[in-house]
Design a protein around this ligand. Structure first.
Ligand code: ARG
Length: 457
């Protein structure tokens, strides 16, 4: 039973199943490089504080160099017997350098060690995701710029509401992803604090300098209570919440891509490399990537729920429950990274069928509100204007034509104040161009907003 770090205390080994049940090395070994980074900073601090010698530090650094090489060359032997990434690396270090390796764990526990590793890893993940979100915003802005003048029907209740520009529609998602960036950046501040020094739960008797370790690791500060430092995973929950929202936005966008690509709608084509065919129906081109992204949203939302539930009944301080924080967190980060990477590429390859969009916008009386606004400008109270236009729509429906197809005389029958200039507002172009204010759908606004996004990212 010598394999265990605490073996002297135990008289019988655990069963094979319990060993597998309690071990985490299969999944936490991906923290290895962060674990080593944390250990090196801890060792440097211990040296500075006079707790270990300069020679110990030199040995530890040399041993860790070699371990990094072994891991990178896939030569490192991960042992289930050694439970987790921390004990595996420590054991190898002792094998390589002897007593100095045994001194590394002075003033430290796996409890503050693992909390540090996760934070270092998560900080790097956040930075990557922020970068991908910015690329996504850029891709959306680029396409929006190309389609600042392309008109499609805007919907409420999935019923034709008012014409909007396609660029404006795309920039709605750029706004959502912009808030996702802010959320991740805000979460990063709380991720970026140092737990090391908390040791198991109460701190340590050694004269440590936590601020120094924090500086070495690029943390913005230290966790100010040792019990809290080793036990809470709220920072991981925050990240999962931000990830779940990212996926929720991706999922809404996916839903629209799928609808737009349906032959019944036919607004866009996705590049073939994001679609698959059917094994039985030769005509099929299915939007698999957006469908999968919509589906994967469920698992990320699930990870958020799992982490909240994991945390909710834990007494202070560390409990082994927390070992369960990793797989969901890893998967959430992997899922958003892969999804965002694919979407950046997929958006750039969207082929827009502007004619189909325009034809759809011409159906469903999308400019009815414009006619009502026109009457208001001629002096009618809005409610009366609304009623007047409703009557005109009803007549069009009976005749099977659009508002713009009615003659001036026919329109004047609904209200005498209608003049020839009415046709400016009844057209799709007139309708969108008139909404020229911050946040409006006018092509001019779309160009300004898209340009702003392209410059800022
Ligand atoms: N593998 C553990 C985890 O992931 C490391 C901390 C173990 N601490 C302990 N006291 N058993 O949380």
């Amino acid at each position: 039973n010598k394999a265990h770090a605490w073996s002297a205390r135990f008289s019988e080994p655990v069963s094979e199943l319990v060993k597998r049940y309690t071990a985490s090395v299969d999944f936490d070994k991906r923290l290895a490089l962060f674990d080593i980074q944390g250990s090196l900073a801890h060792a440097q601090m211990l040296t500075q504080a006079g707790v270990i010698s300069q020679q110990d530090l030199t040995d530890i650094q040399r041993g860790m160099e070699q371990i990094i090489t072994e891991i990178q060359n896939n030569q490192f032997e991960w042992l289930l017997d050694l439970e987790d990434v921390h004990l595996n690396i420590e054991k190898r270090l002792v094998e390589l350098i002897g007593d100095a390796g045994k001194r590394l764990h002075t003033g430290r526990s796996r409890n503050d060690q693992v909390a540090t590793d996760i934070r270092l890893w998560l900080r790097a993940e956040i930075d990557q995701s922020v970068d991908l979100l910015k690329q996504l915003q850029k891709a959306l802005a680029q396409l929006a710029l190309e389609h600042a003048d392309t008109i499609l029907p805007g919907f409420t209740h999935l019923q034709v509401a008012q014409p909007v520009t396609f660029g404006h529609h795309l920039l709605a998602y750029a706004e959502m992803f912009g808030r996702d960036i802010e959320r991740l950046q805000d979460c990063r501040k709380r991720v970026n604090r140092l737990p090391l020094g908390a040791a198991a739960l109460a701190g340590t008797t050694f004269p440590i300098d936590r601020e120094y370790t924090a500086t070495l690791l690029g943390f913005e500060g230290v966790c100010r209570n040792s019990l809290d430092a080793v036990s809470d995973r709220d920072f991981a929950i925050e990240f999962c919440a931000a990830a779940a929202l990212i996926m929720t936005h991706i999922s809404r966008f996916s839903e629209e891509l799928i609808i737009w690509m349906s032959p019944r709608v036919g607004f866009i084509e996705l590049a073939d490399r994001f679609c698959t065919g059917s094994s039985i129906m030769p005509q099929k081109k299915n939007p698999d990537v957006p469908e999968l992204a919509r589906g994967k949203t469920g698992r990320v939302t699930g990870h958020l729920m799992a982490l909240l539930t994991l945390m909710k009944a834990q007494p202070l301080a560390y409990n082994k429950d927390n070992q369960e924080d990793k797989e969901g967190l890893f998967d959430a980060a992997d899922t958003i990274r892969d999804t965002l990477t694919i979407f950046v590429d997929m958006i750039a390859g969207i082929q827009v069928k502007a004619e189909a969009m325009r034809a759809a916008a011409l159906q469903g009386f999308a400019t009815a509100t414009d006619l009502a606004d026109y009457l208001v400008k001629k002096g009618l109270p809005f409610r009366d204007a609304h009623e007047t236009v409703a009557l005109a729509v009803r007549e069009c429906e009976q005749k099977g034509c659009d508002l713009a197809d009615l003659s001036l005389e026919a329109l004047q029958a609904f209200h005498p104040s209608i003049e020839n200039d009415v046709f400016d507002v009844l057209t799709l172009e007139g309708s969108v161009a008139a909404r020229n204010h911050i946040g409006g759908t006018a092509p001019e606004r779309v160009r300004i907003e898209a340009q702003r996004l392209l410059e800022q990212n």
